[in-house]
Design a protein around this ligand. Structure first.
Ligand code: ZN
Length: 290
């Protein structure tokens, strides 16, 4: 991190106390962490900032504040694991707002559909970058969403190949996880969740328009009963990334409705966010994601 380095004239960046305080204030879920864990997170962030290259795109002026805010959220999932899970990553690219990417999907008839759509985050596979929208990182209104954790969960998932919802199990950290248990529980939960989303979708009127305020409010009311963002129903890899977001920023509904998923995530991340929640929970971070 060149600018932090220059400012402090040290080899390794050190996050100034005031900036770290500000970062904590922007991320209410960090308030649940015990002080010693917060200190470890800060140190891990400094290593992350030292190792990773941040680039501003489309004229975004990358500041220390932006980099530290991203680093804190990227490092939280690996606080009790290893930064090596992010070795296979070219860097972090930050756009001022959502950005357009090409999408493709094969339908049930085997026809590949291609389109372009705006997204707030993307984790590029095969050693690529994590690309993020600053506008969506800065949005703290939507409860349970966290685009940074979402995209870095994809990066963890991709560490052993393509994103499939089954991250690598590391010999030094994951002795208590049986791969068969993970696959069985995540597959069952994904199928259950996708069926719930389909049932709610069926209740939407035929002329539903997501851009219309009344229709959008109806959608929000209908889908509010779900413990996860309905985007989790799109693919098993999305289920893992969305469940990871919820695990760290709004864990209670996930733990209540999919207790085995919550339990497996505690064994994976070696953290138990519910046990941190001694203080009243504040607002959560927001952002849509890919
Ligand atoms: Zn995603």
């Amino acid at each position: 991190m060149q600018w932090l380095r220059q400012f402090f004239k040290r080899d390794k960046p050190e996050i100034p106390a005031a900036l770290w305080q500000e970062c904590q204030g922007r991320l209410p879920f960090l308030a649940q962490l015990p002080a010693r864990e917060l200190l470890r997170l800060k140190t891990l962030c400094e290593t992350f900032l030292d190792r990773k290259t941040f680039t501003g795109a489309a004229d975004l002026e990358l500041t220390d504040r932006i980099a530290v805010l991203i680093a804190a959220q990227a490092c939280l999932p690996v606080l009790n694991l290893t930064l090596e899970l992010y070795d296979d990553m070219a860097g972090i690219i930050v756009y001022p707002g959502s950005f357009i990417i090409a999408q493709s999907e094969m339908d049930e008839a085997g026809v590949v559909h291609e389109w372009r759509e705006p997204v707030s985050g993307e984790a590029v596979h095969a050693g690529g970058a994590v690309v993020l929208s600053w506008e969506d990182i800065a949005d703290i209104e939507a409860p349970g969403y966290n685009v940074v954790i979402h995209e870095f969960a994809h990066k963890i998932d991709m560490r052993d190949g393509s994103a499939n919802g089954c991250p690598p199990f590391l010999a030094d950290y994951h002795k208590e996880i049986r791969a068969g248990d993970w696959q069985r529980e995540f597959s069952a939960a994904y199928q259950d969740f996708a069926a719930r989303v389909d049932a709610l979708d069926a209740q939407l009127p035929d002329n539903f328009d997501a851009e219309d305020a009344t229709d959008a409010a109806m959608y929000d009311d209908l889908f509010a009963e779900l413990p996860l963002d309905p985007y989790a129903a799109r693919h098993p890899a999305e289920f893992f990334a969305v469940a990871s977001e919820a695990f760290f920023v709004l864990p209670a509904p996930l733990a209540e409705e999919y207790p085995e998923i919550y339990r497996l995530l505690t064994l994976y991340y070696l953290q138990d966010p519910l046990s941190w929640q001694i203080a009243p929970c504040g607002k959560e971070t927001g952002g849509k994601h890919l």
